[in-house]
Design a protein around this ligand. Sequence first.
Ligand SMILES: [Mn+2]
Length: 263
Amino acid sequence: MVNLLKIGLSMLYAMNVPFNQMIKQIPKFNAEIVEIVDDGLHALNARRIGKLKKLAKLHEISFSVHAPFADMNIASPIPTIRRFMLKRMEKSIIHAASLKAELLVFHPGLKTGLSHFQPEKDWKTNLESIRWLISKANQNDVKVTIENVPAIFPFIIQNFDSFKRFFEEINEDLDITLDVGHCNINNDTEDFIKTFGGKIVHVHLHDNDGKRDLHLGIGNGTVNWNEVISLLKKVRFNGSVVVESVENVSESLKKAKKFFSSP
Ligand SMILES: [Mn+2]
């Protein structure tokens, strides 16, 4: 359950190194929560989960899991492919359960070359897939969260207005991972936090130039950090926070701890 502010980092920055090298880096950060990306070189399996659980015990770390995202489209218009995608997502839910992760983060589905002809079909498929994910997560006692994504990529839900419509239609208890860098690109930070504040249980911190999803260290881009932090405090955010930059990770983690340490 997410009920205390935990501060840590995502291992996204280490996606270029093998799993065993990646986990060796975890203890040096002094993080309370570590997000593992269940994809690429870090895709989870029983043996890897065992290693992570040992590490967690030794260093009092808890985990969050980022569901696969490379080439992933939970709203694929091709039924066999969509089934395969959802099976892979279900595997990630099961991994998160055996890791006793605080939560699992996933991205909405993507538009395809067919979307232009049937835009409402995409929307429905995306809703159905997400409902299916929520039911699988409930069966496995895992909290799933949807992440806000930047409108520079062809996601079916990609900005404040579409998230608003989505939450009006989904009719399910679904929480949010707020990605601050993505909000900076969409310029919808304030709307997002003010409207969905109560649903935000996890936050990704990284910076960018307002145009590209650069995942820079905190303070190396155009994000107005004082504004973001004060908005989160206003809605009494008390979930977990991870630095999701791919550079200046330790420095950013120190800054993140400072942001949330003052009253
Ligand atoms: Mn993110």
